[in-house]
Design a protein. Structure first.
Length: 134
């Protein structure tokens, strides 16, 4: 369920920034990320573990890339998550995954998801606030 939620959030961001002059390729990246999170959500661990693991791995890689590119590719919407916000949280995701070699992987994954969720929440709240001003 959580991965499907991430999918909806990424698709929502992609949709919301369309009117702000976001680069088309960046919106495609967000859509692919949403699709990968959705796939991870509908293919659970077990018999479909290879699909789930592959989808979630790519989803997180693309999510970090999207976080990194947001300040330069989101057009006028980039003001809602400037470099300091996007890059610090992207670093948090990457560092959390790397910590999976030192701390239990479940904790590392949750830290990474928390950084990703924080970024999505910041974007969502600020885009809604920005939309009210337009």
């Amino acid at each position: 369920v959580a991965f499907v939620g991430f999918a909806v959030a990424f698709f929502g961001v992609q949709s919301a920034i369309g009117d702000y002059g976001a680069v088309r390729g960046y919106r495609v990246l967000l859509s692919i990320t949403a699709t990968l999170f959705f796939a991870a959500g509908i293919f659970p661990l077990g018999e479909t573990s290879p699909v789930h693991i592959g989808a979630i791995t790519l989803a997180f890689v693309f999510a970090v890339l999207a976080m990194y590119l947001f300040p330069s590719a989101a057009g006028r919407a980039s003001v809602v998550a400037p470099r300091t916000v996007s890059w610090i949280l992207a670093t948090g995701v990457a560092a959390s995954v790397a910590l999976g070699q030192i701390i239990p992987i479940g904790i590392a994954q949750r830290l990474a998801a928390g950084c990703l969720l924080a970024w999505l929440m910041i974007l969502s709240f600020r885009l809604v606030k920005q939309n009210w001003k337009v």
